[in-house]
Ligand binder design. Structure first.
Ligand code: SF4
Length: 690
């Protein structure tokens, strides 16, 4: 099984046990004040789960190169000792680790370092929408200094015990900024023409190679497609690949897209495997120049080993880098190798606990695996949960929080029973699984239920806990209440009319809604519902369809990038209006995803009204006073209320009155700031607390 993945591969002098590389992730563990303990534990668990070569998150080669406040800088002795510990931990577990050498350039976020006054440095002073700054153009001296810093950083990596380095030259960071006409407007030898624009990455690689000698493996992560207007032309990308091969690279990893790209690259809407085409083209360019032996690594949107195997079977790539799947399941490789792929926790590309956090200072974790990044805090076999004494626990509620609590307790060796009032598990998360592009969300619930089945945890559906259950619950060692939430129904005039539904009713039977729908409320649920109501086909989009619909060029299909973020026609079967009193529509959706879904709503013709005062729901629709003070009717066949939730606390009252002690997790513990990431994390914590 997965014969293409599970074959060894050489990169420089390293022999990798298989063709999956754990791609670089910035975790915000790198700068914790714990001497690197959390980072070492994170990597160790991944090596034990089958990771071969791990590429670290980027370490800045100098202070100006730090991407934000959570980035370590190689000049800093503390950071070096964190890295040394991480490398040692990986080796102790028999793994391999490469240090990514990083310079953010104009993508340095506030709180990073920039130059002496905090201004980011870049080839030219071109405003960045990502960091919302105008960087300062580097002097020739600063460019030469940065080349030398990359070289010094590589030598440091070798001294710290790393097995390899990866030079970061994609995703719109400094070296990629040099290759793109958009951001390189220099007229000196570091710009001006095609040769000038590739000079910086090539010089960096030459300097790195000279610093570490011929035997130390050096990978280079280059951009296969910038996906921005005036990005690196394909001919120059191909020339760069060849030049890097000639300058001594041992492998080329191929990324795509910039943070300012109008085309989504890593969101749930992107079909897995979409971007492999660019790695394949790089390989062809290398072959044409006589460098076909050089390993090429595809990356960006693979979430299952089977997809990697299929891509490798084509023969035009040599390895696949996967990053977020290692957050979702540390044993993604080991389980797949053992034929247990169905038990792998699937990364659903929500980005909520990983990419969105990586732009700030919060510790990166995972929605479907809240232990990620907290391996020391929640060890697999904590002393106080000794298997010597097997306890009995009840979990009330089979939404995300309850399922997480139940699997954690069962994994710790306890006997667990789950009680769910509804006739299906999954709680509110089941609604998200119906939204186009979010089919994998349903997989999370299915896999969790299967896992509980394997752990012999009964899930009693349709069982609402009441007084009659109290005697049973008194016999338990602990009870966790995760009974979730119910939709809030505001006291708005007309809310009891028959054509007014709450969001859970609308999700349950969207086909029953008429041609004109008003959704009151503007959070993530309202946006998801609007998306569901306006999509015509639930069929998954293929990579080819995705690229065509976003007018994305590939070397063999040179359609220009137009800047259009969604090529989907406005073919909505309904006219949907989403309205809210204040704030933006889609608050609560992570920054890396919100813009994508908002573009899709606009493309589907959804009307977005903010700053309105709802006055009354009538049989004809909703009467509002708009931002201009005008009173008007927004016509609707159905009105859906998506204005928040209330905790489902009936069980809490019952247990309190009966004097049964319990812990809470998820929406029942409070709805302020509630989301799926918080719910699963609370389920995990409750299981360790109870
Ligand atoms: Fe994947 Fe979401 Fe977990 Fe990130 S938080 S690793 S995107 S499932």
């Amino acid at each position: 099984m997965f014969d293409h993945v599970f074959r060894p591969c050489d990169i420089g002098g390293l022999t990798l046990p298989h063709r999956i590389v754990m791609g670089a992730m910035h975790l915000n563990l790198e700068t914790l004040d714990d001497g690197g303990a959390a980072l070492a534990a994170f990597y160790t668990e991944r090596v034990r789960g089958g990771a071969g070569l791990i590429v670290t998150g980027g370490s800045a080669v100098n202070r100006a190169g730090a991407g934000g406040p959570g980035y370590g800088v190689l000049d800093d002795a503390n950071h070096r000792s964190v890295l040394r510990r991480a490398a040692r931990a990986v080796h102790d577990a028999d793994g391999l680790i490469a240090l990514q050498l990083f310079h953010a350039g104009r993508y340095a976020l506030p709180g990073g370092h920039g130059d002496d006054d905090g201004t980011p440095l870049a080839p030219s002073a071109v405003y960045s929408r990502f960091s919302r700054t105008v960087p300062r153009a580097m002097t020739e001296e600063e460019i030469a200094g940065t080349v030398a810093d990359f070289a010094r950083a590589a030598r440091t990596a070798r001294e710290l015990g790393f097995d390899a380095v990866e030079v970061m030259g994609s995703e719109g960071y400094l070296l990629n900024q040099f290759t793109a006409p958009l951001t390189n407007r220099r007229s000196d030898r570091w710009g001006a023409d095609a040769d000038g624009r590739v000079r910086m990455p090539v010089e960096v690689l030459r300097a790195v190679r000279a610093a570490v000698g011929p035997a130390f493996p050096v990978l280079f992560r280059m951009s296969g497609a910038d996906l921005v207007t005036d990005g690196t032309p394909w001919k120059e990308t191909a020339a760069l690949a060849v030049a890097l091969a000639e300058a001594g690279a041992d492998a080329l990893a191929v990324g795509v897209g910039w943070h300012e790209s109008p085309v989504p690259t890593v969101q749930a809407q992107v079909p897995p495997g979409t971007w492999a085409v660019y790695a394949e083209e790089v390989k062809r360019a290398l072959r044409a120049a006589g460098h076909g032996h050089l390993p090429v690594i595809a990356s960006n949107r693979f979430n299952q080993i089977a997809q990697a195997d299929e891509a490798l079977a084509g023969g035009d790539i040599d390895l696949v880098a996967m990053a977020r799947p290692f957050l979702a399941d540390a044993a993604v490789v080991g389980k797949s190798r053992a034929g247990r792929g169905a038990s792998v926790e699937l990364c659903i590309a929500c980005n909520e606990a990983c990419i969105d956090r990586s732009f700030g200072a919060e510790r990166v974790s995972c929605l479907v695996n809240p232990r990620a990044g907290h391996e020391r805090e929640f060890p697999r076999f904590p002393a106080r949960h000794s298997p010597v004494r097997r306890g009995r626990y009840a979990v009330v509620g089979a939404g995300l929080a309850g399922l997480e609590a139940a699997r954690t307790l069962a994994g710790l060796g306890h006997a667990v029973e789950v009680y769910e009032a509804a006739d299906q598990p999954g709680g509110q998360f089941r609604m998200a699984a119906r939204v186009p592009g979010k089919a994998d969300f349903g997989e999370t619930i299915r896999r969790r239920v299967r896992e509980l089945d394997e752990l012999r945890v009964p899930v009693r559906l349709g069982h609402r806990i009441g007084l009659r259950d109290v005697p049973l619950l008194r016999t338990m060692d602990g009870v966790i209440v995760a009974s979730g939430v119910r939709p809030r129904r505001p006291e708005l005039s007309g809310h009891t009319l028959p054509h007014v539904l709450d969001y859970s009713q609308a999700f349950a039977d969207p086909d029953a809604l008429g041609g004109r729908v008003v959704v009151i409320g503007g959070g993530g649920i309202a946006v998801d519902l609007a998306h569901l109501l306006t999509s015509r086909s639930p069929a998954a989009v293929t990579p080819g369809e995705f690229l065509a619909s976003h007018a994305v060029a590939t070397p063999s299909q040179p359609v220009p990038v137009t800047g259009r973020t969604s090529g989907r026609p406005a073919d909505s079967p309904r006219q949907v209006t989403v309205m809210r009193r204040g704030g933006r529509i889609g608050t609560g959706i992570g920054a890396s995803t919100r813009w994508v879904v908002m573009e899709e709503l606009r493309a589907a013709g959804v009307r977005l009204l903010t700053g309105v005062v709802y006055q009354e729901i009538t049989r004809e629709g909703v009467i509002v006073v708009d931002a201009g003070g005008n009173r008007r009717l927004v016509e609707a066949d159905h009105v859906v209320l998506a204005v928040g939730q209330e905790s489902e606390r009936d069980v809490v009252g019952t247990l309190r009155r009966a004097g049964v002690p319990f812990e809470t997790a998820g929406g029942v513990a409070g709805t302020e700031g509630l989301n799926a990431v918080r719910a699963t994390a609370q389920g995990l914590r409750a299981a360790h607390r109870v």
